[in-house]
Design a protein around this ligand. Sequence first.
Ligand code: BDR
Ligand code: CA
Length: 329
Amino acid sequence: MTGEPKPIVLDVDTGVDDACALLLAATHPALDLRAVTCVGGNAPVDDVVRNTLSVLETVGRTDVPVSRGAARPLLEHPHDARHVHGDDGMGDLGWRRPTVQPDTRHAVELLRDVCLAAAASGEHVTVVPTAPMTNIALLLRTYPDVARGIAEIVFMGGAAQVGNATASAEFNVFHDPEAAAIALDAAAELSIPVTMYGLDVFYDPVVSREQAAELVAVGGGTGAELAGRLIQFQCDRFGRDAATIGDAGAVCAVIDPDALTTQVLPIRVELAGHWSRGRTIVDRRDWSGDLSHDPHGEPPVRVRVALGVDHDRYVDLWRESILRQAGAR
Ligand code: BDR
Ligand code: CA
């Protein structure tokens, strides 16, 4: 973790665990957070914008432009996840409302501007979608030139194994399957490397109730207090003694990729199935005989799939960064 901070943008549907991701991306010295774009997902997009601005303001990052993006999936009707994230989308904590306004550009325009500006100065931005990929699909299809300024895409979504929104599908991909399929397809066409931080690792980095209480005890309306209260909300909602940092793991994966066990694998997004719509079909077969005789042919898309994580390392990374910013380290 030495050298220049990595330029990064987040595309979020804040979201309790997107808030956890923002707290890390906005405070860690190894990252240079250049923009945050919002999309409807866990909550309607206007709530997502408010929640996102509120988190960034909590940690003093009103310098980061935040834009409103797609309000709904490309084809599906929106299905929010307020049963997971609360009525306001961020744990109904009654947290401070933002005093700043979003950027006036549409999310896709802001992403384009950030990526092209990076390309013009010889830099490459890591794009981290932790939400349905509607904005990302629109970006890559509308402005394929942005690929010149993108280092890689590290997205939270999908799974090699199980689902959560349905038995088959993970929420972000399920919410807008066409967008996920388009984003992965476009990334392959444009030679943008992709890492999938999906449900195979998402639930592993957990923060205990004791650790959450320590964060809350910092108090003062700091990012640490917010982080602790977000974890407590999840513990209460799911009736558990610990809760995942969720989307924050995808940001950890940018800072410390070596803590992941990964495999580059072919992937398809199921668009036609009824019970399986939105599933990411990750091909883990290793016998070339089966692969070469598959009547579907070889999938055009291959991504680096996270299959294991050193969860304590990610939890420490997340807590330390947030505590340091709050002056508690
Ligand atoms: C994903 O869906 C949302 O509920 C979370 O914010 C996360 O991005 C997990 O499936
Ligand atoms: Ca999310």
